[in-house]
Design a protein around this ligand. Structure first.
Ligand code: HEM
Ligand SMILES: *[C@@H]1O[C@H](CO)[C@@H](O)[C@H](O)[C@H]1NC(C)=O
Length: 524
């Protein structure tokens, strides 16, 4: 993150004058657009019975002012009205925390809502026609291929091997900090580990960002992280298209990052195709890329190298930050709730067939599916973490036609439809009086994990576009948690300071998570 910020600042410094002009233009444009949108709003409201529209819950200006704590702004919306809206230039953005509305949008009336041109345009340069940036036929095609691959034993076995191996590497790394009593930035370590794991599962190649790798891997990894955050910046940068056209500022930076990413990934795809043609690399058929290359033989026209690039980059985006961020909040909550940490540790000891003389590697090899499946309390604790700290804190769609919501409110074609996942976890009307408490027990009945309606617990999305990697995510998170917690106890370096989120796609901790580590079983 630091690298990104300083390079952003550097490029901003270089063209201070043009930045000033842009800011001035942006403000003028913004004021103008507010005036115009207000006029459009008045006309629409009078023309189309305003009383049928969701009530107003705030203003765009206040949202901009509170951008740093945007998801808490959503909490105040949800407390005011379960479904309400903000007026934007030319359209409304509806915000809901109502499971009935969410079920309507994500499932029963799925065909009336899409990602929308605005979203797909923002995503296009980096993710091409990958699964996140598409609707309609292209989405259906990838969804079908991917859900087939994800249900195969080959991919499951391969990925659990990768997760075990990389968890052991992380535990090894942490052992030095435990020995020296040095502070670790847990979020940073988790981000590297999931990057390595998802890269290996996705492309079949070691990236080794955790243990320090060759320069081109680091360059790729940094470029990918920076590009994701620059793409998110487009949502608040009214002038991104102008800047893209002129190739200046953040957009010039983004273009450079994408060049680095493309060079790295396209080379890997060509290598992989070569290996598979020669047929001498037997292992080359286990990762997602290989599986898709095999599938591409049936339809080489559509599934060219460019399309394969889009597919694998989307999986990297889908699985990497979401998993690392969830684990970061999970370890934070374990530190805040030592009783829960002890309970998790106890369950792990009970579920795994371990031996006193195990080292990290022999222990992690014991974390097979059977052992993982026994860990209901760990499963509940991860889920409780996602309830309060959902990796995707807000998500949305766009109305492709006029519609009436189950609560009677009217939606107009072009309206945004946002569901406030972070805010929902804090609503008493959904979770009861203790909604804001961290209580894994709420997910258990007689020690057995109980699912909730996916329209109320929306952390993995719901309906036809529900997260494809949910089972993979739990497997990865449980293997990592079980490896680390078996060997170590975690404490916050500074009990008085909690992490704060950074407003972006995923619920990232702004300044990392500084932890102290102790060998488990030795008192501090
Ligand atoms: C804790 C971890 C995870 C969380 C909380 C999570 C959450 C989500 C959410 C909210 C969406 C919907 C996003 C949208 O509106 O487009 C989604 C979609 C998706 N996720 Fe996950 N995800 C996680 C891990 C993973 C992993 C590990 C993978 C891959 C191995 C994965 C693969 C996908 C894919 C492919 C989609 C797109 C589905 C579609 O549009 O049809 N996810 N996930
Ligand atoms: C849309 O959702 C409503 C309930 O919200 C349902 O009654 C109706 O059948 C759905 N329409 C379609 C076309 O699926």
């Amino acid at each position: 993150m630091d690298i990104q910020l300083s390079s952003l600042a550097a490029s901003a410094g270089m063209c201070f004058v043009s930045v000033f002009a842009i800011v001035f233009l942006a403000i003028t444009f913004y004021i103008l657009s507010i005036v115009v949108s207000f006029a459009v709003f008045c006309v629409r409201e009078f023309a189309q019975r305003a009383q049928d529209r969701p009530p107003l819950i705030g203003t765009v200006l206040r949202q901009l002012k509170n951008f740093d704590r945007l998801f808490d702004e959503h909490v105040s919306y949800a407390l005011l009205h379960h479904t309400g809206r903000l007026i934007y230039p030319g359209h409304s953005e509806v915000f809901t925390s109502d499971p009935a509305v969410i079920e309507h949008v994500l499932k029963t009336n799925f065909s009336k809502y899409s990602k929308g041109a605005f979203n797909t345009q923002v995503m296009r340069d980096l993710f091409g026609h990958g699964i996140f940036a598409t609707d309609g036929e292209k989405w259906r095609h990838q969804r079908k291929l991917a859900s087939h691959e994800f249900s195969t034993k080959v991919l499951r076995d391969f990925s659990s091997d990768v997760f075990r191996m990389n968890s052991a590497k992380l535990a090894e790394k942490i052992s030095y900090a435990a020995a020296d009593r040095t502070t670790i930035d847990m979020q940073d370590l988790l981000m590297r580990t999931t990057m390595d794991s998802m890269f290996k599962v996705g492309l079949g190649t070691e990236l080794n960002t955790l243990s320090g790798s060759d320069e081109s891997s680091i360059q790729f990894s940094d470029a990918f992280d920076e590009a994701s955050s620059l793409v998110y910046y487009r949502y608040v940068d009214l002038l991104w298209q102008v800047k893209r056209h002129l190739n200046i500022g953040s957009e010039a930076k983004l273009k450079k990052c994408i060049q680095i990413i493309d060079k790295f990934v396209m080379k890997l795809i060509q290598q992989k195709r070569g290996q598979m043609k020669n047929g001498h690399d037997h292992n080359a058929r286990e990762d997602i890329l290989s599986r898709f290359i095999l599938a591409s033989e049936e339809d080489p026209e559509t599934m060219n190298d460019r399309y394969l690039r889009d597919i694998v980059l989307s999986f990297l985006l889908a699985g990497k930050d979401t998993t690392a961020n969830t684990l970061s909040w999970f370890f934070y909550m374990l530190c805040k709730n030592p009783v829960v940490q002890d309970k998790v540790a106890f369950e792990i000891k009970e579920s795994v067939n371990w031996a006193q003389e195990d080292n990290i590697e022999t222990y992690s090899a014991r974390l097979n599916q059977g052992a993982i499946d026994k860990m209901h309390y760990l499963h509940a604790t991860l889920t409780e973490t996602l309830r309060l700290y959902p990796a995707v804190p807000v998500d949305g769609k766009m109305a492709d036609e006029d519609d009436v919501l189950p609560n009677g409110y009217r939606v107009i074609k072009g309206d945004g439809m946002n569901y406030m996942i972070y805010a929902m976890g804090r609503m008493k009307y959904l979770w009861g009086e203790d909604a804001e408490e961290f209580r894994p027990e709420r997910w258990l009945a007689n020690g057995v994990f109980q699912n909730e309606s996916p329209y109320k617990f929306v952390a993995f999305n719901a309906g036809p576009r529900i997260c494809l990697g949910k089972e993979f995510a739990y497997m990865q998170m449980k293997i990592m948690a079980a490896t680390l917690i078996h060997f170590y106890r975690f404490k916050l370096e500074d009990e008085s300071k909690g992490p704060v989120y950074k407003t972006m796609f995923t619920l990232h901790m702004d300044k990392g998570l500084q932890l102290l580590v102790y060998p488990r079983g030795i008192s501090t």
